[in-house]
Design a protein around this ligand. Structure first.
Ligand code: C5P
Length: 227
């Protein structure tokens, strides 16, 4: 059959990446986690001290942006693509709570978005790609053949993210995670440049009460019908 582009958007911790990753494996498609790219840029700027609890130096961020060198490389052990900054594997570090706290502010900067969107369009230009994020169906690939918009209640999402962080050994409080999920929802949905909105032609999936397995099966069926 033909290769298509699958865009999966939605709020934080809706299980987008879990579904997207499985879908890509099942279809033999490339999976691109665009959140990882925004997280890596944020980490880079945090290390330079341009972004911290009490500092946000947009001018310095813009000046250093051209030097941020990102790449996905296949991890032979897990079979997944890991995020690399130059030669360093930052896959784990970009998921830290500290990065989550600053990422929405960094990703609201239009020049940051322009740079990453360009790379994303390049990665998906041959189709046969499953990409997840916030603006894939609206901005990166408005012509994607299949667009999914995933939602779930704030409590369910915060609970999932909390369990994920705990499982990875991070020392976090549930309240802190819930607050971060809400803040990112708000910032991502209200920013001027490519805010998180459901594309008109996206199919919405609420998984508050549905398990991801069931959801994956449904999405896979829809995808196969289009291929
Ligand atoms: O998907 P994930 O939760 O890892 O994304 C982290 C953050 O990166 C989001 O909260 C959002 O601020 C930003 N992001 C974005 N556009 C995308 C993907 C992620 O602005 N396409």
């Amino acid at each position: 059959g033909k290769k298509i582009t699958i865009a999966i958007d939605g709020h934080s911790s809706t299980g987008k990446s879990t579904v997207a990753k499985r879908l890509a494996k099942e279809l033999g498609y490339i999976y691109v986690d665009t959140g990882a790219m925004y997280r890596a840029v944020t980490l880079y700027m945090m290390r330079k001290m341009f972004v911290s609890e009490n500092n946000f130096n947009e001018e310095a961020i813009l000046r250093h942006l051209p030097f941020v060198d990102l790449e996905f490389k296949l991890n032979e052990t897990t079979g997944n693509a890991d995020m690399y900054m130059e030669t360093e594997n930052v896959e784990e570090e970009i998921r830290y709570m500290e990065v989550s706290k600053h990422v929405s502010r960094v990703s609201a900067i239009p020049d940051v978005r322009r740079k990453l969107v360009e790379q994303q369009q390049e990665m998906g230009k041959e189709k046969g790609v499953v990409m997840d994020g916030r603006d894939i169906g609206t901005v990166v690939f408005p012509d994607a053949e299949l667009k999914i918009f995933m939602t779930a209640s704030t409590e369910k999402r915060a609970q999932r993210r909390y369990e994920e962080l705990k499982a990875r050994g991070e020392d976090v409080e549930y309240e802190e995670v819930e607050k971060n999920v809400k803040e990112r929802d708000y910032m991502d949905s209200t920013r001027k440049d490519s805010p998180l909105v459901r594309a008109e032609d996206a199919i919405e999936f609420d998984n508050s009460e549905m398990d991801l397995e069931e959801q994956f099966e449904k999405i896979l069926k829809i995808a196969k019908d289009k291929i």
